[in-house]
Ligand binder design. Sequence first.
Ligand code: MLT
Length: 410
Amino acid sequence: MARANQNYDKLAAGYLFPEIARRARAFADGHPGVELLRLGIGDTTLPLTPTVVAGLCSGAEKLGSAETYTGYGDYEGERWMREAVAAAYRERGVTLDLGEIFVSDGAKSDSANIQSIFAVDSVVAIEDPAYPVYVDSNVMAGRGGPFDPKRQQYQGLLYMPCNEANGFFPDVPARRVDLIYLCSPNNPTGEVATHAQLSRFVEYARAEQAVILFDAAYSAFIRDPTLPHSIYEVPGAKSCAIEMNSFSKSAGFTGVRLGWAVVPKDLVAEECPSGKLNAMWYRRQSTFFNGPSNVVQAGGAAALSLQGRRECRAMVDQYLQNALLIRDGLGRAGLTCFGGKNAPYVWARAPRGLSSWDFFDLLLNEAQVVTTPGSGFGPSGEGYIRLSAFGRRRDTERAVARIRATLEKG
Ligand code: MLT
């Protein structure tokens, strides 16, 4: 008889964003005609830029002619696509071999799948709060252990609290761990790790032969020139870190789907000399995946062209203006806010000691604004909500005005 993967039974809750959508739908069904404004999931709303559209069109047109038609591409992404990614890294002083770059359908898939090349009994450390994919994918793989409802934690994972006291960046683990998930600019807090903070983790990982899984999906939002965009800007990181990035938020590809992972050849782990983890990821991807759509890669390469990057930067600037608008508006209404300066998320402390879900419900019912409860990202997110800057400008302004009116009513 077939048996299901019992690790799925250990998952404490459904995936966060469908649960939020379910509550929003229930509200909308019960209040026909009431318009909901959405600052919940980080889903982009601005159209693709002209250069990206031209890239996608030319990719599609090539498929319509016998002379330029292509079928399967390289499993790790077209060479010209990887060259474009490598060129972008070179500008930040990071040299990558093309065999270290694996183009994919997005950082979500990579950040869920990457754990599969590590031992099932690896000890995993995760920032708390964190993008839920890191925790859930490890629970599904059997690393979570039982869920402790009191602490709202899986007993098999090491939670690294990120809170106001530590500036939303954790200290290195006090005990030995094998895998460490870091995300900067951070989803959900919107804060960004400094060079010194990342250096401490690189030092730790090198000393312990641990591997850092670094999610840089929001690096395009960094405007402060002192902040690192890639963990490879820290010397030594290539021997201890895998990096994932995405076109979702930097080029509006949440529906188009494209991203990449860097698995350096220098990366080492226990009984894993240089090159082995890189070869394992190639083996994994070439078995499970035929590479991303060639049309989409043409759009991605266009996004990385000089003109594409100018246009995408202007798009990201618009989202950053939304983030400031949210941060300022909520600050004026008396909320304490974090993030939102070099990131598209604002992290706001709930007023009057409300729980995350209570504040979420208050804003849904009284302001008709959808947010994301901080506790959905981990126990240290309790008492906060996350607001996304990816909405349309006018909707963002209206949502902020509604939240202010609700809070000022008391
Ligand atoms: C988020 O809202 O955290 C993201 O949009 C989810 C994702 O990128 O998968």
